[in-house]
Design a protein around this ligand. Structure first.
Ligand code: GAR
Length: 268
């Protein structure tokens, strides 16, 4: 059964994916509306896409928090409920044995920034948070406060590669430089790792000898706009379920994986 959903959006750049979602809400493809647009980047052009049509916007300047932590860490206030051990036990960014000071600096600065994002989002309740080119990893500090029901995740991300290939900050560049013959984009729910969450949808394009990095970006972005709107539409229709799967391989090794099942459409 479809219901009107409230969509919050975070972005860092031009916001063409946000625009696709706004357009799909306006055309009725998505039964929902965007209730805020937030950014980590003061100069993100995507903020104007919201402002122009009266959607509330806000910025949390991650960069300045990270700089201040390096220069004068004592001036920064760490949130009261920040629990480094809890976060380290959940996170998937730093493998065991990684430099603990680097990990600590990362999670402290992110928690300070994420607490501010949570404060800014508070006046605008939402059902779904979409990361629309938001170039910051969200940590368990933030995710646990948004995903109140872990069986019903509500943070989505779009990534410019066919995950699990090429997670990280340059999906198109990595795909192109590897010499892939097919590239694509992925929409997934956000979990505690970098681009590792349960996959909701994927779309693929062919890469030919004539292609350049610029041309594959253009092909990919076109597919992203369509894919993201479609995945948000499925969410609004209540058709996405996460299911915990368990597989036993030949040698007896067990694979546990949460995957997304898309339920068939109901007559509206
Ligand atoms: C998109 O290509 C999106 O997939 C990518 O940033 C671009 C944002 O474009 N996201 C990531 O790489 C996340 N790791 P947009 O601002 O025009 O929507």
């Amino acid at each position: 059964m479809s219901h009107t959903i409230r969509i919050g959006a975070l972005l860092s750049g031009s916001g063409t994916n946000l625009q696709a979602i706004i357009d799909s809400c306006n055309s009725g493809k998505i039964n929902g509306s965007v209730v805020f647009v937030g950014s980590d980047n003061v100069n993100a052009p995507g903020l104007d896409r919201g402002k122009k049509i009266g959607i509330p916007t806000f910025v949390v300047d991650y960069e300045s928090i990270i700089r201040r932590y390096k220069d004068s860490p004592d001036e920064l206030i760490i949130p009261n409920d920040f629990d480094l051990d809890d976060i380290l036990s959940k996170q998937n960014f730093f493998p065991e044995g990684a430099d603990i000071n680097r990990a600590k600096a990362f999670f402290i600065t992110r928690a300070i920034a994420e607490a501010k994002v949570l404060d800014k989002m508070r006046p605008y309740p939402f059902d779904l948070l979409v990361l629309a080119g938001f170039m910051r990893n969200l940590t368990p500090y933030f995710i646990d406060k948004v995903n109140r029901n872990p069986d019903n995740p509500c943070i989505m991300n779009i990534h410019p590669s066919l995950l699990p290939a090429f997670p990280g900050v340059d999906g198109y560049g990595d795909t192109f430089r590897y010499g892939c013959k097919i590239g694509g984009c992925t929409v997934h729910f956000v979990d505690y790792g970098e681009d590792t969450g349960p996959i909701i949808g994927q779309n693929a394009y062919e890469i030919t000898e004539e292609d350049t990095l610029e041309s594959i970006k253009a092909k990919g972005l076109n597919l992203e706009w369509e894919l993201y709107s479609e995945c948000v539409r499925l969410f609004a229709q209540g058709r996405l379920r996460t299911v915990k799967m368990s597989y036993t391989l030949k040698g007896g090794q067990k694979i546990l994986r949460t995957v997304v099942k898309v339920l068939p459409s109901q007559k509206e």
